[in-house]
Write a protein that binds this ligand. Structure first.
Ligand code: FE2
Length: 283
């Protein structure tokens, strides 16, 4: 009989856990899958070591969590599998380009917060891992919120934030958004304090796609966003994932922000393949 137990190894705060005794390339039994999903909600970031997924099995695993979404940036889409996005610094001959793909990944963000129904879970694997740098950092925005004093937390709960793909790209010095992208992703408003639809926990909902505060002086709103991001990304809230070959990494975008640390894009080869599970409208 198949062993339906999974191993969950979490440390300290419980933010982030390593999951063992599971082969994601095989069909994960339903009971084990439900245990993984429960661990996802509890620990917010999950790491699976020594996995051997290809794009098809990557998609098959990710879509068990819900419908997958594409991306408005066509340049990163897999040619044959549009629900897989590829970010890499390697040219067609396999040589490093010297250019970080999508500089917006280097700054704190929550995936797709610039759309009305942003990403729930992101599932990532890395066919080529940088040996130095290229770590993925996560910040626990629920703990960051919980540590605010009560009056401040209450006041912030009344604010709404404008998230904007175009502005986000300006802030991260990426190529400007195209007219087609701007039409596909006009600015949207989300609450600054987001309630997790499955646990009821509240989190700061910010990141690089956050442009300004609705109804507040622009500069004042930008300063408030920057201040809350500094608060939320202090070392005590961070989990650092150092990639090994054959890792699969997934996270809950509803209560975390993440970014990639720099690496030598002229020497290292770093490639990630991503599948994203669509979420609900934040409230
Ligand atoms: Fe991301």
């Amino acid at each position: 009989m198949a062993n339906l137990e999974i191993e969950v190894r979490a440390e300290g705060s419980g933010f982030g856990a390593e999951i063992g005794a599971v082969d994601l390339a095989a069909e994960v039994p339903e009971e084990a899958f439900q245990a993984i999903r429960a661990a996802m909600i509890r620990h917010k970031v999950l790491v699976f070591r020594d996995q051997h997924l290809d794009d098809d099995s990557h998609l098959a695993f990710a879509q068990r969590f819900g419908p997958l979404e594409g991306h408005i940036n066509r340049a990163t889409r897999h040619d044959a599998l549009p629900k897989i996005q590829i970010f890499g610094n390697v040219d067609q001959s396999g040589n490093p380009t010297g250019v970080h793909p999508e500089r917006g990944t280097l700054v704190w963000h929550s995936d797709k917060s610039y759309v009305a129904t942003p990403s729930m879970f992101t599932v990532l694997r890395s066919p080529s891992v940088a040996r130095q740098g290229g770590n993925t950092l996560f910040a626990d925005m629920e703990r960051a919120y919980a540590d605010l004093d009560e009056d401040r937390a209450q006041a912030l709960g009344n604010l709404r934030v404008v998230h904007d793909w175009k502005r986000s790209r300006e802030k991260s010095n990426e190529r400007p958004a195209t007219a087609e992208e701007i039409a596909a992703a006009p600015p949207v408003e989300h609450p600054l304090v987001r309630t997790h639809p499955e646990t009821g926990a509240k989190a700061l909902y910010l990141g690089n796609h956050a442009s300004h505060i609705a109804g507040m002086d622009r500069a004042e709103g930008e300063a408030l966003i920057a201040e809350l991001e500094r608060h939320g990304t202090q070392a005590k809230y961070i989990y650092c994932h150092r990639w090994r070959d054959n890792d699969v990494l997934m996270w809950d975008n509803r209560c975390t922000v993440h970014c990639v640390t720099t690496y030598d894009a002229a020497k290292e080869r770093r490639i990630v393949h991503r599948a994203v599970v669509q979420g609900d409208r934040p409230f």
